[in-house]
Design a protein around this ligand. Structure first.
Ligand code: DGJ
Length: 709
């Protein structure tokens, strides 16, 4: 900011934020979105002047502008950024800025409301991927308690934002997209489940009508937090349009004593011309983290759908042998190994290997697994306790509860209060002991119920916030004590998918449903936030355990390769030729996982809702792989052209069918002209004209590889 100007222009990664500090209060956010280039002071000032609203009849004399923390004291009549009071007093904050430090793409702002006895710190940053992140810290500088109700971040939207996209969902069908027009008023998505929930919208998106993956200006927010939260899109009659995100606090959950502070989770905001660009920024941000998994994502075998609770050593050894034969690199023993855990009604909390089932401990299995060259991983659900467990009987006070009664059970289980130091200490000791005794390189960390009535017996108050903080500490502590340990975040499938948990873990379990047809939607919309390398995708058995549908291996595998590939199937039952076919898919994944896990995810907006076309393009745009799925029967026959996005218009590419469908209609149709001869086309032709899609049976797919010619 030049000292003769009040305007600050922050830029990075193709994104600009323009702030106007005129007035001494919080700066108005004049623009967030497309990079405005290298602006002179006058040019930046002109953008501000151009944006100033007129006073209108019936309105306040000083029309409010959207600031970094909108307040009623500014004349703001939308939802404010801060709500709280001192037993009713100090209900309407009025901050003045006391200090700021800024760089080309970041800002730290300090502000005080001396009357209310509050100080505030805002940290704002645009990273090299163009993602905007913001964090607020509120401190009680007064002499009595301040009851915080809500502290959220607000970002402005362009006037073109007229349509909202978010996702709902449920167990076995996370991330169901829903769209509606963005009318005046507020569309709010809340989670009150103590975890984001299967129905959580990972992003709340608002964009130009009809925006898709390839086109249409769209902006979105996400809260990097694994507890209760609130995302909202709001439009005022003044024309102000904005998104808000913050933690959802229970009554009395955050009481700030004198000198105490509350820091919001990080709010992530991204934008793009189409969702591919918007998500690509977030994926790049994640991949740039120093903690991002750096090794090739190992092919995983998880025992759950293969054996469930039937922990028989011979059977599990046989599974390990079969896994190694097809090329598995990590073997994960799922639920059922610890004391009293013969089914899902008991045992959670008693984190000792069950001597009855495992008389010689886990070593006989682990030695076989590691001897075969695979890593060993173990399932745990550390935050949970079955009432039928030694732990619950010994320490009922460690169970989250509102006082005087226990919450309604979920999957016959209650939730431990990790903010209780003794409960935390016990869980840390147990997990640390297991990780020290055995060469466990990976934990699948599950969390199988929504929280309700989640209070602490120590304070009598709601304790979701404290539990999320304790969880993050616990994950970090275990990783610090066991360098190289990777952790998967699972919560009845995808009920805890957020960038908060992903700051402390290395993979999310996307859904308990591995039916590939369901997975197409689940993975597409989980992928708005999570890149392929962090998204667990498994090949299940021929008949899906959660839908009863039967699918060929090529569909099950072709949908799973665009992810962190695994197997969840009793592969000891396979014939030689089935094993060989599975091994071919595993080889395909291994030979191309570098592309899948470093390239740009692309979803093509195909006009036919009966098909799906998705893929990945390498960052140098020289290689791409697309999966074309005939999801159900089309009204078109043949299906028509497939266009490919994300390539370089000027480059020439060879297009070839890497994997053809093993079965398909064959009577009455001629061969697809391009499928058996080398075909070279420009990126522009591929994007705008495309190639004829193959005729396929419903629920079948092909894999198309595009390489620079
Ligand atoms: C729910 C998970 O999502 C499943 O994959 C499996 O680990 C079970 N829990 C085990 O109880």
């Amino acid at each position: 900011m030049h000292h003769d100007s009040t305007v600050l222009h922050l830029r990075n990664g193709g994104t600009s934020v323009i702030l106007d500090f005129d007035g001494g209060g919080f700066p108005a956010v004049v623009h967030w979105g497309e990079d405005q280039g290298d602006l002179s002071t006058d040019e930046a000032q002109a953008i501000v002047v151009a944006s100033l609203p007129q006073r209108v009849s019936g309105g306040l004399d000083e029309p409010a502008r959207l600031t970094v923390l909108p307040q009623e004291s500014e004349g703001w009549q939308g939802t404010p950024g801060l709500r709280g009071s001192r037993h009713g007093r100090s209900f309407s904050p009025n901050f003045c800025v006391t200090g700021m430090e800024s760089g080309p793409s970041e800002l730290v702002l300090l502000a005080i409301d001396a009357d209310a006895g509050l100080t505030l710190r805002l940290g704002l940053d645009i990273d090299s991927a163009g993602v905007l992140s913001q964090v607020l810290t509120l401190t009680n500088a007064g002499l009595d308690d301040y009851q915080l109700e809500d502290l959220c971040l607000t970002v402005p939207l362009p006037g073109t934002a007229a349509e909202i996209l978010d996702t709902s969902g449920r167990h076995l069908r996370e991330r169901t997209p829903q769209r509606h027009s963005f009318t005046i008023g507020r569309h709010e998505r809340e989670s009150r489940k103590g975890r984001p929930g299967a129905d959580a919208t990972l992003l709340l998106c608002a964009g130009a009508p009809g925006f898709g993956f390839e086109a249409g200006l769209v902006h979105a927010v996400h809260l990097a937090w694994s507890g209760n939260h609130r995302l909202a899109a709001e439009k005022l009659v003044t024309g102000s349009v904005f998104l808000q995100a913050g933690e959802l606090l229970a009554p009395g959950e955050i009481q700030l004593g004198p000198g105490q502070s509350y820091t919001t989770p990080t709010v992530i905001a991204s934008w793009g011309h189409g969702l591919n660009e918007l998500s690509g920024r977030i994926h790049s941000r994640l991949r740039a983290r120093p903690t991002h998994p750096a090794t090739p994502r190992p092919v995983t075998l998880n025992t759950w759908e293969a054996v469930y609770f039937d922990h028989d050593l011979d059977r599990l050894l046989g599974l390990a042998d079969a896994a190694a034969r097809v090329g598995v690199e990590r073997y994960v023993l799922d639920d059922g190994w610890f004391r009293g855990r013969r089914d899902d009604t008991s045992g959670l909390g008693d984190w000792y290997v069950d001597d009855d089932v495992w008389p010689d401990g886990l070593s006989p299995l682990i030695e076989r697994v590691t001897g075969l060259g695979m890593q060993f991983g173990l399932w745990v659900e550390p935050e949970m306790v079955n009432p039928d467990s030694e732990l619950a009987r010994a320490h009922p006070e460690w169970i989250l509860q509102p006082g005087g009664r226990f919450p309604v059970e979920g999957r016959q289980q209650q939730v431990l209060d990790l903010s209780h130091p003794d409960a935390y200490g016990y869980i840390l000791e147990r997990l640390d002991a297991l990780l020290s005794e055995y060469p466990i390189r990976y934990l699948k960390w599950d969390h199988n119920r929504d929280l309700v009535d989640a209070g602490s017996t120590r304070t009598g108050r709601a304790a979701v916030h404290e539990n999320v903080v304790a969880l993050y500490d616990l994950l970090d502590e275990l990783k610090a004590r066991h360098p190289g340990l990777e952790i998967e975040s699972c919560a009845s499938g995808g009920a805890r998918v957020d960038l908060g948990i992903l700051d402390h873990t290395d993979r999310i379990w996307t859904s308990d449903c591995i039916d590939p047809i369901e997975r197409l939607t689940i993975q597409k919309y989980t992928g708005l936030l999570v890149p392929y390398d962090l998204m667990g995708a498994h090949i299940g058995g021929p008949v899906s355990h959660s839908t009863g549908r039967r699918h060929d291996l090529s569909l099950r595998a072709g949908v799973a390769v665009l992810g962190h590939l695994g197997i969840e199937w009793d592969i000891t039952t396979l014939t030689e030729s089935e094993s060989a076919e599975l091994a071919v898919w595993i080889d395909l994944y291994k030979s191309r996982r570098h592309l899948f896990h470093t390239g740009t995810a692309v979803h093509v907006d195909h006009p036919d809702p009966a098909v799906d076309l998705r893929g990945v393009v390498s960052s140098d745009q020289r290689t791409a792989l697309f999966v074309f799925t005939q999801v159900r029967a089309s009204s078109f026959y043949p299906v028509g052209p497939l266009r490919f996005a994300g390539l370089d218009d000027e480059s020439r590419y060879q297009v070839r069918m890497l994997v053809e469908s093993s079965t398909g209609p064959d009577a009455g149709q001629s061969p697809l002209s391009w499928s058996h001869q080398p075909l070279t086309l420009t990126g522009r032709a591929l994007r705008t004209i495309g190639v004829q899609g193959p005729v396929l049976f419903p629920e079948h797919l092909v894999i198309i590889e595009i390489t620079s010619a």
